[in-house]
Design a protein around this ligand. Structure first.
Ligand SMILES: NC(=O)c1ccc[n+]([C@@H]2O[C@H](COP(=O)([O-])OP(=O)(O)OC[C@H]3O[C@@H](n4cnc5c(N)ncnc54)[C@H](O)[C@@H]3O)[C@@H](O)[C@H]2O)c1
Length: 337
């Protein structure tokens, strides 16, 4: 029987991204999938594009009555109702590390007999995540850092596109001397690309470059873009003693934004910043400001959706073939439920 994918409307009003773009919906339909798309007023792609691709179009939130064999596909949190989740859901559940609301979500799956196929746990044989939003997070995070350094960042932030960002970056007369830490990962590569559009001089540090941290070199840069994935506590990149030190560093763009974790490598900041107030003053003289927005890719909804869908679609093609990525995420659910 055809695999049935049901793409739900995202309940967060600021969430314009989608996990499946119309071109990838078309491709799956050509392969024999049944694709249902819920209407969603804020989604960056028009519903007509999905209809043209051959998808069935339904109203927002109707997934609750979808056939039980349908896979419900989304990005962010489910609405609070129904209390029992009977379907297989593919999305970011944030449910396995004791996060806020995690126990309640798992309980809903337990009661309904459904399954969470969490995209974060869709990993290959080596444990590496195969679908993530990193590149555009790094791109937009570094861009915000450059604009703040140049005193050209306007709040509140609004979803935009790459062309608009690139135009702003190209107008910065004196871009900051920048260090990108975690430069060879997904978000690090995005950051380096944005910085090259700005014409900034960039130092790229990977994991081998920070083992013995060269603090004077770090503080000699005007902008720091943090793109590392960190699981265990290690010596911080910037700490309290550095605030009053003689330094060039003025702006930190913390793409990692793991601000409440024990492994936060920027403990001078312990709270995220927002689209309304993207910048926090950490120290007055000498100046140090931080940007730590945790939903950066939502600021570039089209590019982020295209990139994400390009990585997810091949996985969806093997959804029912016993592929290791799906068995890995199913096992994560089984361990945590
Ligand atoms: N703010 C946001 O909106 C947003 C969006 C997406 C991802 N993220 C976060 O950004 C982080 C990076 O994500 P990614 O997809 O780029 O991950 P990734 O795994 O692709 O890259 C991380 C890189 O960091 C490097 N690294 C680890 N420890 C290091 C150290 N001590 N020094 C230097 N380099 C080190 C790794 O070698 C790797 O190359 C993650 O924590 C992720 O959750 C944030």
């Amino acid at each position: 029987m055809a695999v049935h994918l049901w793409v739900r409307h995202e309940t967060r009003e600021t969430e314009r991204r989608t996990p499946l773009i119309p071109a990838d919906a078309r491709r799956l339909i050509e392969l024999g999938f049944t694709v249902t798309i819920e209407r969603s007023p804020q989604r960056i792609f028009a519903i007509e594009q999905y209809a043209d691709a051959g998808a069935e179009i339904v109203d927002s939130g109707t997934w609750v009555d979808a056939p039980t064999d349908a896979y419900i596909l989304g990005l962010k949190e489910l609405p609070d109702e129904p209390a029992e989740l009977a379907h297989r859901h593919i999305f970011f559940g944030h449910a396995y590390k004791g996060q806020e609301g995690a126990a309640e979500l798992l309980e809903r799956f337990r009661r309904g007999g459904g399954q969470l196929l969490d995209i974060e746990y869709l990993t290959d044989e080596s444990g590496r995540r195969v679908v993530a939003f990193g590149y555009w997070a790094g791109y937009v995070g570094a861009a915000l850092g450059v604009l703040q350094y140049a005193d050209q960042l306007k709040a509140p932030l609004q979803p935009t596109d790459k062309n608009a960002i690139d135009t702003q970056l190209a107008e910065v007369a004196t871009p900051p001397r920048t260090v990108v830490i975690g430069a060879y990962g997904r978000s690090g590569r995005g950051a380096v690309d944005a910085l090259s559009v700005a014409g900034a001089e960039v130092t790229t540090w990977g994991i081998d470059d920070t083992r013995e941290l060269d603090k004077p070199a770090l503080l000699g840069h005007e902008l720091l873009v943090n793109c590392v994935v960190s699981f265990a506590p290690q010596p911080p990149f910037v700490e309290a003693a550095d605030l009053t030190a003689d330094r060039a560093l003025r702006v930190i763009a913390d793409v990692t934004a793991d601000v409440t974790s024990d492994a936060n490598l920027l403990p001078i900041n312990t709270a995220i910043t927002t689209w309304d107030e993207p910048v926090r003053l950490i120290n007055d003289t000498p100046l140090l400001e931080v940007i730590a927005i945790d939903n950066l890719p939502s600021l570039l909804p089209r590019e982020a959706s295209e990139d994400f869908s390009a990585a997810l679609r091949p996985q969806l093609e093997v959804l029912e073939t016993g592929a290791v990525t799906w068995t890995n995420t199913a096992e994560s659910f089984a361990r945590n439920i």
